[in-house]
Design a protein around this ligand. Structure first.
Ligand code: MEV
Length: 387
């Protein structure tokens, strides 16, 4: 067991991998059996060196009204209060007419690190000469993307100037249409890097997608009349005032902002995970958006008007309906049907609404009963069901 090198491990069947681990003393046979029983064999084709799988429950957020349509949003999460809190907030929002969401302008960026003796002006001149032919080459290598109106929109050169003389990056802005676009962007950037070395004296040192948000973010807005917020012990306006105060707190105190945003991610990551999307990319992009002004800011805010509590979420939702693993999973199509999603813009809108309502659910609980009573009640119920 002193050696963790397993050459050729990826070529084995999962049961053979577990057999090797047992033979080498990493696992008892009973432990290998537990891992084996949780294994969905189809997932061996999804990832590498697979020995088991981790199943997450997919729970449905009910009561949701998005842009006038009733939808059901799946959340893959181990935490029952996330689904319950979002459904509760969605019921209140539905009584107020539902959430209005606006999809973002989807753009994905890719970067190429370039080292050259040329001046930035000479690089720009070379880029201007190279770009038209490059765009045509991308259209030829990605005909479906080109047919759907996507592709490279612009390329800029950003010299590092004094910080690193003779080097800089090209930034490629790509319209990915229905794809999330990370693999697409990296492959286009690699194509750019190869072509560039023939067009300009210099050296490409690496090409990769950037998860930095570049397009216009999605938004979700809800206006809730005060009386809909009333609880047994508190009138609606008082609840609204407390929620507004909690929202201001998240705008002032970064220690609170991060947790406020974590609650929003409970919903967003849960929805994207249920659809097998790249939740790491989505989270990195949302975090960068939250920090765009130099410090972390709340992704959703709440303001009390004389008659309503107005909530607004703003953030990029990195997701896609073509490419990647998600579209090939058997659960994806029926879950998208429940969401009534037929294009990536509708997916963004539904996910943005879940982010906003997840935040409302958390703030509502904090402003009234506190988080733990509901949390405990749900966990006790689940505990009883497990006995
Ligand atoms: C817990 O998973 C999420 C909350 O902490 C979010 C928040 O504090 O706003 C309840």
């Amino acid at each position: 067991m002193s050696d963790s090198s397993y050459p050729g491990f990826h070529r084995l069947e999962p049961s053979e991998r577990l057999g090797r681990l047992t033979a080498d003393g990493w696992l008892d046979p009973s432990e290998a059996d537990l891992l084996s029983r949780e294994l969905d064999p189809a997932l061996d084709r999804v990832s590498e060196n697979v020995v088991s799988s981790v199943r997450l429950p997919v729970g449905l957020v009910v009561n949701l009204q998005v842009n006038g349509n009733a939808v059901l949003v799946p959340l893959a999460t181990e935490e029952p209060s996330v689904v319950a809190a979002c459904s509760r907030a969605a019921r209140i929002a539905a009584q107020a007419g539902g959430v209005r969401a606006v999809r973002g302008e989807r753009r994905v960026g890719a970067q190429v690190l370039f080292r050259t003796e040329l001046s930035p002006a000479e690089v720009q001149e070379g880029l201007d000469a190279f770009l038209p032919a490059f765009k045509k080459a991308v259209a030829l290598s990605h005909p479906q993307l080109a047919a759907a109106g996507g592709g490279v929109q612009a390329v800029t050169f950003e010299p590092f100037n004094g910080r690193c003389p003779g080097a800089g990056t090209f930034l490629l802005i790509i319209d990915p249409v229905d794809a999330m676009g990370a693999n697409l962007a990296t492959s286009i950037a690699e194509q750019f890097e190869r072509g560039l070395s023939e067009a300009l004296p210099g050296e490409g040192l690496g090409a990769i997608v950037t998860n930095y948000p570049l397009g216009r973010p999605a938004t979700a807005t809800v206006r809730i009349p005060h009386d809909l917020l009333a609880t047994d012990g508190m009138d609606g306006r008082a609840v609204g005032e407390r929620i507004e105060a909690l929202s201001r707190w998240a705008g002032i105190d970064e220690k609170r902002t991060v947790t406020h945003n974590k609650g929003i991610l409970n919903g967003i990551v849960g929805a994207l995970a249920a659809l097998y999307q790249d939740t790491r990319a989505a989270t990195a992009t949302l975090d960068a958006h939250a920090c765009r002004k130099g410090r972390v800011a709340p992704l959703a805010t709440w303001e009390l008007t004389p008659d309503c509590l107005v909530g607004r979420f703003e953030g990029p939702i990195a997701c896609g309906l073509v490419g990647g693993t998600g579209p090939h999973r058997p659960t994806t199509a029926p879950l998208l049907k429940l969401m009534r999603v037929s294009c990536v813009g509708e997916l963004e809108e539904a996910v943005a609404c879940v982010g906003l309502l997840q935040n409302l659910g958390a703030l509502l609980a904090m402003a009234t009963t506190g988080i733990m009573p509901g949390h405990r009640k749900l966990h006790e119920r689940k505990g009883r069901e497990n006995r």
